[in-house]
Structures are given as structure tokens and as C-alpha cells.
Design a protein around this ligand. Sequence first.
Ligand code: ASP
Length: 322
Amino acid sequence: MTPPGPTASPAIRVALPQLCDIDDLDRDRAIALLDRADAVHAVALGRAPALSSLAGRTVVNLFFENSTRTRTSFSLAARRLGAEVVDFHAHTSSAGKGESLLDTWATLRAMGCDAFVVRHADDHAVAELARQTRLCERPHSPIINAGSGRHAHPTQALLDALTIRQRKPDLASLTVAIIGDIRHSRVARSNLKLLQLLGVGELRVAAPPALHAEDLPAGVHRFERIEPALAGADVVMMLRLQRERMGAAQVADGSEYFRDWGLTTERLALAAADAIVMHPGPINREVEIASDVADGPQSVILAQVGNGVAVRMAVLEAVLGA
Ligand code: ASP
């Protein structure tokens, strides 16, 4: 029997009112989103014709922080489902004149925008907007978190989980090490929640003491040196030093950081022989990762980027009830 392709598979298997955090998902919904992302993968990469499940709908990218991958992949995801996309630029908009996030949303909603993809520097701004919009509008217009402060980045976690599952489907047998600036990382927080929900065997975080976080889920193993965290790991996820969220005192010198914490070929040899190397991007070469590792045979960094489009297609369909 031929496996169902993206057009043959049921249009949607999961319905979500919003996606502000991994807490909006349960295990079945998370798996259904990953399955759907796999099913639309060829469309996501532009290797199969676009779908029409969101024809007539409009998706807004409402970004108050910089982005390359997330914004572009949400735009491509929406277009490859037949939706229209509006790109809102915070720095040239009335947000700069003091307009609140809720009033900005209401303005765009009044123009017929259906779904709102929101990135904000504040940890709770996106969840708060979702709460306020649920109180004041009919019909519902879903909010998707595209990165909120250091708190959450749920679609990044989904694309990371998809990338891992495609290469190492037996999640319960895996050791995943997340290494670098854990403290300021929404990617780490959302990944730890999702990977626990999906039943990954062992989760490790490693950071210098000043870049560790106290608010991580129970059961995560904590390391203060990179070498023991790498030992035998199946998945190595490196994080950028997120200087934009650090006080001056915390900013480490790049070459000193690389000496102690950079992922080099020699250090990677401590991990499992078939370990994969991940990074959410943007990468800072020779700071958290050596160029020959980032571009090497174990790196799946560009596969993560492609999977970002697929996962965001699945999420947009789910929140818009396609
Ligand atoms: N792109 C990711 C984020 O938006 C990771 C990073 O910026 O370092 O959180």
C-alpha cells in the first residue's frame, strides 16, 4: 500500500486553539503535529505543489524582535498552504508611536487577518495577548508564539523534535545534551518540555554557572563542564550566547568561551559515534561551535531549517482548523 501523501492524508488530525507554549500540547497532539509535518515535508521544501488547505485565510507575522529563520519559514509555510501573508514590521509601525500589542492586534484583525504569529522580547507578552484576545473577540483568531523572551519557542522545539525523530525514532533510548547559554534560552526551555513529553530517555543541560537556569523541569541532569555532558550523547544541541538578553557582567569573551565551551571535532568525539549536532541558529562560528563541526557530516543544522517550514505548516493548519 502506498503511504498517504500530503494531499491524500486527512487534511488535519489535530485542532489547537493556540500555540503559546508546549503546555498547549499533550503527547498525542505533539505526535500528530510531527506526523503531519512529515507528510507535508516535500511541499514544505518546494518539491511538491503547494496545498490549498488555507486558501482565503490571512496569516500575520507580528515580530517585535529580529528573526531570519522563524519569520521566513512561517511565511513560506502559510504560502505553501495557500494562505496570504502580511509581514508587520514593528520598527516602522505605530507600535513605535506607543500603540499597545492588543490594539495592534485589533487593528490587523479588523482588516480580516485570521492568525497571528507573534515574537516578542518580553517573556509573557505573547501568552498575555492570547489571553486578552480570547476575552474580547469572536470569531477566534489564534495566536502562535514565534519566540517570547527567554520563556518559550514552541515551534522551534517541534522542528527540533521532528529532526531528531527522523534520524533516531526510538526516542526513549536517546540521551540529548543541550549545551551553552541555557539561562537566556527559550529554545532550551521549550525543548526540555517537549522532549520530556515525548519520552526522551535522558536530558542533559550544560552551561557555565552564570549561564545556568534554575527553572528547568525536574529530572534534567545538570553539568558545569561540556565534556561529561557530551559523553555518549546521541544528540548534541548547541546554543548561542544570547548577548541581547545579558547584563554587561555576564557577557563572556568569545574566544575564551570557545576554549572552554566550543563544540570542536575533538570534543564531539566524546559523544556517540553517530551523534547528530543541532543548533537553532543563528550560529556564531568559533564561539559556541567550530566551523568544521557546523558544516561537518554529523551536523543537521540545515535539515532543522527545512523542518521549520514543515512544522509551521502543521501548526498553521491545526490552529486555523484547516
Ligand atoms: N533563533 C533562536 C531564538 O529565536 C535561537 C537564538 O536566537 O539563539 O530563540
